[in-house]
Design a protein around this ligand. Sequence first.
Ligand code: NAP
Length: 488
Amino acid sequence: MSFDLVLFGGTGDLAWRKLMPALFQAFRHGTLPESGRIIGVARDDLSDQQYRALIRTRFDEVDLAKRPSPEEFDRFAALLHFLRMDLSRPDDYQRLANTLRQRQADTVVMYVATAPSLFTAVCEQVAAAGLNTPNTRIVLEKPLGHDLASNRAINETVRHVLSEKQIFRIDHYLGKPSVQNLFALRFGNALFEPLWRRENIANIQITIAEDLGVENRGAFYDQTGALRDMVQNHALQLVCALAMEPPINAHADAIRDEKLKVLRSLKPWTSETLDQNVIRGQYTAGVVAGEVVPGYREEPGVNPQSTTETFVALRAEIANWRWAGVPFYIRTGKRLAGRDARIVVNFRPAPHAIFRTPNGAANRLVIRLQPKDGLELHLLAQGQDNRQHSRSAIQSLTPVHLDLDFDKRFGSERVGAYERLLLDVIDGRLNLFVRSDEQEEAWRWVEPILEHWRADASGPRPYAAGTWGPAAASAMIARDGHCWSEEC
Ligand code: NAP
């Protein structure tokens, strides 16, 4: 099968940090058809050779194991081409049309990896140039809009040009092996399903913590913030994967219908819950991994008076029979104490105690997403050191855990998120992409938070870089008698 992958934004950060390495891995694994063309598009005046040389130098910054040898790069580079276009100029799309007409590929993928402000223009001009044929697929990066209205406007324009089955809205968290394994755990194993409900689960915590700051993306981040950058998309998609009902099959719409029901069941905000259950923070200078780092407002590209949040913690509830009353705590931020993305499912303690257990100890399932993916099942067991208590009538239990390290079990060379998603687009598989109604529901739910913040002059709470965020995030969860997993 032949394909053309047009990479709008082919010289940008996303292209060289994520997309090119992912395409190369697919090439190395033999899953990327060699009959493909990858056409980088940007305003620079580059020849194919210059573009290949640029991409080659970028690979120097990729992990050693994922870097091509010179011979491998030469073979991969044969797929790479460059087209100079200004995406805001309608005339330039004719050049793209000419390039695509040179050979009629079976599939044409247009990956829009440029500023979101260009999404609508790109879709309109692609249609005006007659490039929206039935074998065209379009990939849209996040954030798709900055609120419900702008998200709808983009979706309406795109849907006017292409049918829903040609639109691939990417949320790379859905491509992560750990999220695939969450689906496998829930819907490929019968063990947890009877336990997966309010009667047995006390609370669920989702943490997506980064120790990095905004790096060279200060200007972008300052317009976006943690709620739009992480919660509206990645965190809510994780909530869906955790809370959805088993789909009737593994087809895209069966999965997306169930995810949509979860988003529709999110308990609406009230002024009281907005005050008490949503915490925003912004990092100040601090120490991360032994290094002094500047505060957010000192970062390049950031407004020195910025009120953009770099941290959010919130308590959500899903109003349905399975989950009523179970708090879903979401926490994400930059410059936190470590790079750590995990889901912790805290089960209720045993209903009647015949053993002595450490304070608050209960069963817990931990799904690790990064830096390494894996599963931990925390249990209580009788350890060897119980000899000293052997005369006591009540035995003590010790927390232990079963640890499934997916790298050890399956090797660390597994298919990464972008690699998998890019191959899915080329093959036309929509399972791991987000439908427009899911996105709209997610925006509908986060929008009251944005409005509440706009009206609240107090701004985000400061937290020192290298900590777990404002103390108010711990106080919020403590009100329910719970604690974040690293505090318990
Ligand atoms: P970036 O580094 O600023 O790159 C933007 C790319 O678009 C460059 O290649 C730029 O090249 C090109 N471009 C800009 N204006 C253009 C125009 N008028 N015509 C043609 N090309 C144009 O941005 P990025 O960080 O890669 O982000 C791209 C998209 O991915 C954004 O929507 C972002 O939100 C999303 N995203 C990025 C990341 C990430 O880690 N970077 C993660 C998730 C999502 P020229 O300026 O030379 O034309």
